[in-house]
Ligand binder design. Structure first.
Ligand code: GDP
Ligand code: MG
Length: 322
């Protein structure tokens, strides 16, 4: 348990006494990472509490434009070298358990399968049918972190061992995180754990500037939209767009972006015959961005194969239970 929750015997209250700044939890010197994080779970397990604690009050954005595209962003937080973008998952986050019916499943699945990490929140030591319904909808090829929340309410912590083992059988969780969403120390630890499951790529938003945030973001979204529209359903959703450069030169925006795919075969799909497909993706994205911003855009597109994080075998933390 020590590795999961700090010094054995230390109470949450003692840990809370000094609330250090969150950025101290992570090294700012590592490679930049960024990605989308969905927080899911049945009602009342503490999702909103967790989200509020993660987003903090300093940087919380809502972009009207962004919401019409890939995700509904509920907040973001840049900690050290990593940018976490928290997204809303309609049907999971805002509705009641009974709304998790068949007709909703497809929407929900779409929202959740499109993120880099899913955080599945349950109450530590509990798992019932409502939890199972949510878990059933989670994708198997995206890392799912199990947050066993309200850990402060568990008095006999050793008794959690069989529960954790049973959870492990339900899903190949990438991590087990017993924690309390109300404990700042646990929140910092959560960032450090979650970070490892986000892809190494430049931030999707500038850490401070709202305008740049959405322009950079919109560029990536636009390319992404053209990418998927022009390659049909063949291309796996794990393909992503990274903005390598975004420079303003007067009335010109110079953008370099990389489409990152998982396999060589996917690269061919994106490039197309003699580069036709890639050219079209670039042209259509550029035209739309020029319309959107009413300026000239120079867009350079690259395609890169990066096998990796999506295939990594889920690692499981034992927290000393074994
Ligand atoms: P949601 O419906 O999943 O968004 O859950 P909320 O965030 O609204 O939390 C439901 C209730 O659980 C609220 O009364 C919270 O104060 C409480 N809660 C959330 N996290 C914790 C925790 O870590 N420990 C304890 N003891 N209560 C918590
Ligand atoms: Mg809530």
């Amino acid at each position: 348990m020590a590795s999961a929750l700090g010094k054995p015997g230390a109470t949450a209250e003692a840990d809370d006494a000094v609330d250090e700044p969150t950025h101290e939890a992570l090294e700012a010197t590592g490679p930049r990472r960024s990605g989308y994080v969905a927080i899911v779970g049945k009602p009342n397990v503490g999702k909103s509490t967790l989200l509020n604690a993660l987003v903090g009050q300093k940087i919380s954005i809502t972009s009207r434009k962004a919401q019409t595209t890939r995700h509904r962003i509920t907040g973001m937080r840049t900690v050290g070298a990593t940018q976490f973008v928290f997204v809303d998952t309609p049907g999971f986050q805002t509705r009641h358990g009974n709304a998790l019916n068949r007709s909703l499943n497809k929407t929900v699945l779409g929202a959740v399968s499109d993120v880099d990490v899913v955080v599945f929140v349950v109450e530590a030591g509990h798992f019932n049918l409502a939890d199972a319904k949510v878990l059933d909808l989670l994708p198997r090829n995206i890392p799912v972190l199990l947050v066993a929340n309200k850990f402060d309410l568990v008095h006999r912590r050793a008794e959690l061992a069989p529960w954790l083992r049973s959870m492990q059988e339900r899903h190949p969780f990438a991590e087990f995180v017993p924690m309390s969403a109300k404990n700042p120390r646990d929140i910092r630890r959560f960032f450090a754990i979650c970070e490892k499951h986000l892809p190494e790529q430049d931030w999707l938003f500038d850490a401070d500037t709202l305008t740049d945030k959405s322009e950079r973001f919109m560029a990536a979204e636009m390319i992404r939209e053209k990418l998927f529209r022009l390659t049909g359903d063949e291309l796996p959703y794990t393909s992503t767009v990274v903005i390598d450069q975004f420079v303003e030169e007067g009335r010109l925006k110079r953008i370099a972006a990389t489409i990152v795919v998982e396999r060589d075969g996917h690269k061919g799909m994106v490039i197309g015959d003699k580069g036709d497909k890639l050219k079209r993706i670039g042209t259509e994205a550029r035209q739309e961005l020029e319309k959107l911003w009413d300026c000239k855009v120079f867009l350079e597109l690259w395609v890169k194969v990066k096998s990796g994080w999506a295939d990594d075998e889920a690692r499981v933390r034992s927290f000393g239970y074994e």
